[in-house]
Design a protein around this ligand. Structure first.
Ligand code: DAH
Length: 339
């Protein structure tokens, strides 16, 4: 036994290897479950009692030496002197793939830029909101259907916490923080409890606008929205305002633009109508001003809200809303040139 140990010790001290596979083979040969040193360890129980002490010590030293030698070989192999010479160091690196801006970011930025040129600043608010900012302060009746589960994702019931279903909530935050004159656009993501399809999604994006000052009129609203439509869709774009209803505006309207494809003659995109609906708007309801501490006798204002996906669809003719959130690079790369 002693001889075997001594012979193996000499062997181990002289071990050599020139690659990772060889080192691993040595580890297996000596130290694995069926390895030679493990085998000697098993024989140890047959050693005579008076030799156990000496042989035990030698065996332990042998195992330690083998472990150390193999670790040393590994370290040596991994050091710089042993870089694999098969690598072609002159080969150029893979080109970095530069990402593109997301079409919704492009359109949101375009919308915001147009209003920024007209003197609007930007405000943002949280996506997780309380009932007051999303509904209460915006003059929604307690039993308004929009508060219902069908529309709103509830995070908590008591007190109510929701994922905002529109960016009009940011109006409320701005009115609470600033004194008139107020002139802001509020871009952001909103959530609604809708089944996902080509035409609807459970989240999408909006840009809200709010202007409050003395003597703001519906004519001011119309002028600003006309300017927006012309800059967004081209100089020949016409707008029309149809009466509508929103709890937070009175009077309220929906705005259409002349069809961006046929120019108003009627085609498949506008379903023959010649017009495309793009946003809701109106004069801020006095109740809304009052709820945020602004005196409706002194100030008036207008507000508007549009869907970013909707505008992107009209601009880029994207037929399926789901494309915007699937991160398919083939789709996203189509917008590389739109920067
Ligand atoms: N908040 C409305 C929505 O989500 C959009 C909207 C309509 C915003 C009219 C407004 C407005 O500010 O005046 O459908």
């Amino acid at each position: 036994m002693l001889e075997k140990i001594n012979a193996m010790m000499a062997e181990i001290e002289a071990l050599k290897a020139s690659n990772a596979d060889e080192i691993e083979a040595l580890r297996i040969k000596y130290l694995s479950k069926k390895g030679e040193i493990t085998g000697l360890m098993a024989e140890f129980r047959n050693v005579a009692a008076d030799q156990k002490r000496e042989i035990g010590q030698k065996l332990n030293a042998l195992k330690a030496a083998a472990t150390e030698r193999i670790e040393a070989l590994k370290a040596e192999y991994q050091s710089e002197d042993h870089i694999d010479t098969n690598i072609d160091l002159t080969r150029p690196a893979y080109p970095d793939e530069v990402g593109t801006r997301h079409p919704l970011s492009l359109v949101r930025q375009e919308i915001v830029d147009i209003f920024a040129r007209m003197g609007f600043s930007i405000a943002e608010g949280p996506e997780v909101e309380d009932d007051w900012h999303v509904y209460g302060a915006l003059n929604f009746a307690d039993d308004h259907p929009a508060r219902d589960m069908q529309d709103t994702f509830f995070v908590q019931r008591d007190p109510i916490v929701v994922l905002r279903s529109h960016t009009s909530s940011v109006q409320v935050r701005v009115m609470n923080q600033q004194k008139p004159p107020i002139r802001v656009v509020c871009p952001g993501r909103v959530y609604r409890n809708e089944a996902i399809s080509a035409r609807a999604h459970c989240f999408f994006h909006q840009v809200e606008g709010l202007y409050i000052d003395k003597d703001v009129s519906f004519a001011d609203l119309k002028q600003v929205l006309h300017q927006f439509a012309v800059e967004m869709f081209g100089p020949n774009t016409q707008i029309r305002l149809r009466p509508s209803y929103f709890p937070f505006t009175e009077p309220s309207a929906e705005m259409d633009v002349s069809c961006t494809l046929c120019g108003g003659k009627g085609c498949s995109m506008c379903k023959g109508a010649g017009w495309l609906e793009i946003m809701g708007c109106g004069m801020v309801d006095p109740n809304v001003l009052e709820a945020s501490g602004i005196d409706p006798k002194e100030y008036t204002g207008y507000a508007f809200g549009m869907g970013v996906e909707r505008i992107a669809n009209l601009k880029y003719r994207v037929k399926d809303l789901r494309l915007f959130s699937e991160n398919d690079k083939r789709f996203l790369n189509e917008f590389a040139a739109a920067h």
